[in-house]
Design a protein around this ligand. Structure first.
Ligand code: SF4
Ligand code: SF4
Length: 339
């Protein structure tokens, strides 16, 4: 399914050690006129599901109206939350419960000590409280875990906890090239990330729920994620369309991952620009694969994007009459590729 990921706000009650969102300066809530234009433009382009993120998306000043606009525009809606605000926001969900897909809560430890060390005192209990409400109200939910040095020995236990809590699935994601200083000690070396991924793949099938890896893990699939396959589109809380939610911002290149502002340009123009840049990156990576010049680090796909997205802004060609951009990268020959 083609999915929108909308950062409704960068405000949050927590200060998780690995978070790059809450370190981005001034607090912002997405204005709803911009949201409306994004929803309408993307609906015309075939998108039918929207996931709200943040920050803590339920803290948006008019969260209920954001839900309403999405449903009226023809979308099913899900959101990612830390769970702290869930009891308060529940009444706002009720009118839309038949339009809700899955709610996702962040769980970074199998016990309070580990989770709270990463996400703040008392936050583990808040997640358990939120998922308990979901179970009682029959609201489907899944869990997300960010793998760091602070919890990497607990991943199997976290999966067991997810099953016992009644989650519909569990997704593990690595901490991606965070520019946040307080996250430095949480970063795992590439070799450890590969070993952990292999371990997860070995035991994940034994669980009764889907246990999956988010994009960012080592893979020889050159285009493993929804954004690179054209199935995901993002909007940040300042009305910018970014490259994707994983690169916000590209470390060392602040603003480089922003395609443009929906407050200044039309959806059609920005969507065409993003599609052009994604196509250009795909061609470049495929050409490097054929030439045998991709190194191991390039096969961590988000690292490849972090290294190359800034350069894609250079030498953008003229827009054609159809609103597309002519791609200027040519592949020298057509040797077989794995994708
Ligand atoms: S709950 Fe999410 S947005 Fe809030 S501080 Fe933690 S990682 Fe950041
Ligand atoms: S950074 Fe690149 S590889 Fe990672 S999710 Fe985004 S588009 Fe995909």
């Amino acid at each position: 399914m083609r999915n929108l990921v909308v950062e409704l706000t960068n405000r949050c009650q927590l200060r998780c050690r690995h978070c790059f969102v809450t370190s981005r300066g001034e607090p912002h809530d997405l204005d709803l006129d911009t949201l409306q234009r994004f929803l309408n433009g993307a609906h015309a382009a075939g998108f039918r599901h929207v996931s709200f993120t943040g920050g803590e998306c339920t803290l948006h000043a008019d969260f209920s109206r954001a839900l309403q606009l999405s449903v009226q525009a023809g979308y099913r809606v899900g959101f990612v939350s830390n769970g702290c605000n869930f009891a308060q926001v529940l009444p706002q969900l009720e009118p839309f419960r038949h339009n809700l897909s899955t709610l996702t809560f962040s769980l970074d430890g199998s016990d309070a000590i580990t989770h709270d060390r990463l996400r703040g005192s008392g936050s583990f209990v808040q997640v358990l409280r939120a998922v308990s409400i979901c179970v009682v109200r029959r609201l489907p939910f899944t869990l997300n875990t960010v793998i760091t040095s602070g919890n990497c020995t607990q991943l199997h236990d976290i999966a067991q906890l997810a099953v016992s809590l009644g989650a519909g699935g569990l997704r593990f994601g690595h901490l991606i090239s965070s520019s946040v200083a307080r996250a430095d000690s949480l970063q795992l070396p590439p070799a450890d990330r590969r070993r952990i991924d292999d371990e997860i793949r070995s035991w994940a099938p034994s669980f009764s729920i889907p246990v999956v890896l988010a994009p960012g893990h080592y893979t020889e699939d050159l285009f493993p994620c929804a954004p690179l396959r054209g199935l995901e589109l993002n909007l940040d809380c300042q009305g910018n369309i970014p490259w994707c939610c994983q690169l916000a911002p590209v470390p060392g290149h602040p603003g480089a991952s922003v395609i443009g502002s929906l407050r200044q340009s039309s959806f059609t123009e920005l969507f065409a620009r993003l599609r052009y840049m994604r196509r250009k990156l795909r061609r470049r990576k495929r050409a490097q694969w054929i030439a045998g010049t991709l190194c191991e680090a390039d096969l961590f796909p988000c690292s490849y994007c972090a290294a190359h997205v800034a350069g894609l802004h250079l030498h953008l060609p003229q827009e054609t009459s159809s609103g597309e951009f002519a791609c200027s990268i040519q592949i020298a020959h057509s040797a077989p590729v794995r994708r």
